[in-house]
Design a protein around this ligand. Sequence first.
Ligand code: GLA
Length: 391
Amino acid sequence: MTRRRSILAVGALVLAPLVCARGGGAAAAQGKAAPAGGQATVSRAAFGQTADGTAVESFTLRNAHGIEVKAITLGAIITSVRVPDRAGRFDDIVLGYDDLAGYLRKPSYFGAVVGRYGNRIAKGRFTLDGKTYTLAINNGPNHLHGGVKGFDKVVWKGERASGAGAASVTFRYTSRDGEEGYPGTLEARVTYTLTDRDELSFEYAATTDKPTVVNLTQHSYFNLTGGRTDILGHQLTIDADRFTPVDATLIPTGQLAPVEGTPLDFRRATAIGARIGQDDAQLRNGGGYDHNFVINRRGEGLVHAARVVDPASGRTLDVQTTEPGVQFYTGNFLDGTITGKGGIVYKKRWALCLETQHFPDSPNQPTFPSTVLRPGSEYRSKTVLTFGVAR
Ligand code: GLA
């Protein structure tokens, strides 16, 4: 690992491959989530087939407090996250569909791992070592989220593991040289781990056989009310003094601008809806919040990036990451045309995303932290979500 990206002490959690889900072998074989009983468990089940007949599987992680996370091999998509409110009532706090057909029909990046490059690359072009690469233009004049068939739309291989107080699933995908225009065969993996400390971590790793660019992120859409109302009443804190201002096509100008005095100042907990309607050029460009924040950090490693609190349910979500940035997006493109799980209609601002990442368009921005990955180096990235309740 020669890159500037964080080297992670993965040894902190030793996960042994599972022969059968601990305490839940029979239940897992039948496809049921294993019962909570002081031990995190993981089970697997069939989740249908894609149009070309590829089987899709679902994995269920459950911890000692009954928190349950489900993820499928299509797009490494997190399909549900069930957590308690302050009265102990469990709700699903992420957007998605009841079945595979929904994810195939209108994916919208719900819950998916986005890659090979999360966020935008201007005009779908970048130059690396003197060679220019051309990518799909799939978002106005730009390239977005890895292209037409990005990592959110491919079937990964899933493998489960569990250890003391933690249950995991690892998804692996090999992206061929030239896929979606990117150079190099990329071996990518992501491990989702749910612990009995009510943390859900995402650990990414990738290697390549030719110089390339990589920027993986998790695109879950959160609604801490469990879908009762929009997210404008959620209180948000982002540990960022600066953000990367964008043009009208959401490409960074290259500046790192102070949030001070702007509606993007979330250094103190503020309702998401408090300033979203202000007449501000950046909010106009994003149609609301759709901006990358420069996380305050000194050196490498995990730092706290953001906190979301739903005052009504008391649910809280804390985000820590090794990444330099976080894209805060307020579901501005949701417009009521999608009906999701349980018949809930996803209207504008129905959810928020906190996509930990390198900055948008880094391949064309020499002053931004580099997203270049070279043979012999390993891409590593980690994000930890912590679920809680405020009394
Ligand atoms: C990211 C982008 C948004 C939008 C969503 C998905 O958050 O920044 O502009 O593309 O993904 O709709």
